[in-house]
Design a protein around this ligand. Structure first.
Ligand code: F0G
Length: 407
């Protein structure tokens, strides 16, 4: 059985799985999907999920829907582009640079539209289609917009994306246009774009930002897949970038469920890394305060996470507390250097993703992370997501020389 529940523990109001409510009408907090797992032994689930990798049926071939026992169920068609099933790639030079020995990258940028957003979008768009939505919408720093646009077109729906004008990378804007979205440019930041979209309250729009609990369901499967790749023996530490904090919330939910269902015995310590100029959760964590104070003018070269008022901060904090983890920040220069190291490993990623490696190095140097620990770092976006950044950084370093070609 599946239903919606208010995520505020003091409220806990429940709603029908397909009620079209975005926030709890009683207390205003975010909702979450509750999936009750009936009558499965952990060993059977692990076997079923693995066997599906050999199947061509679209529900099995998707790295999200092959975990469908822990997702809302649909008889209707699912909207998929064959997302998920991304490999673990060992960080070699990157590990040496950061001062650790056992580092694996989970590259969620190797998804159909080049970011982890596809995992949540297949689930969110399937729900939108089930509800008969015609137009779907989101505010975005770029990646959600690209994923929304692609999956909406797949599902036969129109996409409208709100972007902070001049702040999303040209590559991401181009993707949204190419997949056929209507682009609304908003003066201000991502937070302003999200506020404007929410204020528009157009009943014909189906809203697909990560506060949509169905997106979280799809996104959480990345951690089921990661644990499968670790043969259900979790690494010591999991490192993720933090922006609007939907991803960390989804991962926290995944670990709570995997533990409850008996799929794993312990959970990795989750480390959320923010950019220093857009670090409201890291500030809250350091101050041990109770309420998040928004960063009013967030600023970082990692435009994907230039977010000052993350909506899912409470859920993300719960995830940190549940896993015994921590929250930190890194400077633009630190993430820039880390990005170059990830590139030198032949992997590459977009700037926001490199906060992970920068964070690992910083923790090791501070004596807060054992160099022998097993670490999984989540890379969230593809190297081609922000090509402008790469060229400009190289030009700034004045080491840009044309290749000498000898015949
Ligand atoms: N990394 C990348 C590449 C992202 O695009 C985002 C978020 C994050 C990390 C942070 O994830 O928000 O779940 O904490 N991008 C959103 C967007 C906000 O609109 O594309 P988060």
């Amino acid at each position: 059985m599946t239903y919606l529940q208010c995520s505020a523990r003091h409220c806990g109001a429940t709603f029908d799985a397909h009620d079209r409510v975005l926030a709890c009408p009683r207390c205003g907090d975010l909702l979450e999907v509750v999936v009750e797992l009936a009558g499965f032994e952990p060993a059977d689930l692990k076997r079923i999920w693995r066997e599906r990798r050999g199947s061509w049926e679209s529900r099995d071939a998707s790295g999200v829907w092959r975990f469908r026992e822990v997702l809302p169920a649909y008889d209707s068609e699912i909207v998929t582009l064959g997302e998920g099933n991304v490999p673990l790639v060992q960080g070699r030079k990157a590990a040496r640079w950061a001062g650790v020995r056992h580092l694996q990258f989970k590259h969620l940028g190797w998804n159909p539209t080049g970011s982890f957003k596809d995992l949540g979008m297949t689930a969110g768009m399937t729900e939108a289609r089930f509800l008969g939505a015609r137009t779907v919408a989101c505010a975005s720093t770029g990646n959600t917009a690209a994923a929304l646009a692609a999956y909406a077109s797949r599902g036969g729906m129109l996409a409208r994306v709100y972007l902070p004008a001049g702040q999303a990378s040209a590559n991401k804007l181009a993707q949204a246009l190419d997949y056929g979205a209507e682009v609304v440019q908003i003066a201000g930041s991502f937070d302003d774009a999200l506020n404007q979209l929410l204020a528009a309250a157009d009943p014909d729009l189906y809203f697909l930002n990560s506060i949509n609990p169905f997106r979280i369901e799809g996104q959480k499967t990345a951690m089921f897949e990661l644990m499968e790749q670790f043969e259900w023996r979790p690494p010591d530490v999991l490192v993720v970038p933090g922006g609007n904090l939907g991803n960390s919330s989804a991962f926290g939910k995944a670990f709570m469920e995997m533990k409850r269902f008996g799929l794993i015995e312990r959970v990795p310590r989750m480390v959320i890394v923010q950019a220093e100029g857009a670090n409201p959760l890291a500030r809250l964590w350091r101050s041990q305060g109770k309420d998040l104070e928004a960063v009013l003018e967030p600023e970082t070269v990692a435009t994907a996470i230039r977010i000052g008022n993350p909506r899912s901060w409470r859920k993300a904090l719960e995830a940190i507390e549940f896993t015994g983890g921590t929250v930190m920040d890194v400077t633009d220069e630190e993430l820039g250097e880390a990005k170059e190291e990830i590139g030198r490993d032949g992997i590459g990623c977009e700037p926001a993703s490199a906060t992970t490696l920068a964070g690992i190095r910083k923790l090791v140097r501070a004596g807060e992370l054992d160099s022998e620990a097993t670490i999984a770092a989540v890379l969230t976006g593809h190297v081609l997501k922000d090509t402008d950044y790469i060229i400009k950084r190289r030009q700034r370093k004045e080491t840009f020389e044309p290749l000498a070609v000898s015949l």
